[in-house]
Design a protein. Structure first.
Length: 132
């Protein structure tokens, strides 16, 4: 009975935290797709992350906007399988670098890295908000 009670208490605590976090203003984010004529799985994965609640995608960089770039492009993890991709993201705001992250991801939807990318952007926004 102790474990069952703990699960109920932990669940209640989790529910109490989620609405409080959701009330924060959406994070303004800019990401510009790679210039290419073919679909880029990295772009689709980042779009999936920005489509999650809590983000306000911006058409172009501006004051206070978290700018996400992938300066090295992307590559297949295994060139023969072509089922996973890897890329480095760099986060800046107002021209100042906040940080970067290494991402690995399935190359087809649902992109298993979308939640990690969203989390990395949230972390970058928190660092920027609290001072670089």
């Amino acid at each position: 009975h102790v474990m069952k009670l703990f699960a109920i208490v932990a669940g209640a605590a989790l529910m109490a935290v989620v609405p409080a976090a959701a009330q924060d203003a959406p994070i303004p984010v800019n990401y510009t797709h790679e210039k290419t004529f073919r679909p880029v799985p990295m772009d689709a994965a980042i779009d999936a992350a920005l489509a999650t609640p809590g983000f306000a995608p911006q058409a172009k960089p501006g004051p206070g906007v978290i700018v996400v770039t992938a300066p090295d492009g992307w590559d297949w993890i295994n060139h023969s399988k072509k089922d996973h991709i890897q890329f480095r993201l760099v986060f800046t705001r107002n021209g100042d670098k906040i940080g970067e992250s290494e991402e690995q991801c399935t190359s087809d939807p649902p992109y298993d890295c979308a939640q990690q990318i969203a989390s990395d952007i949230q972390s970058a926004a928190a660092i920027a908000k609290n001072g670089l």
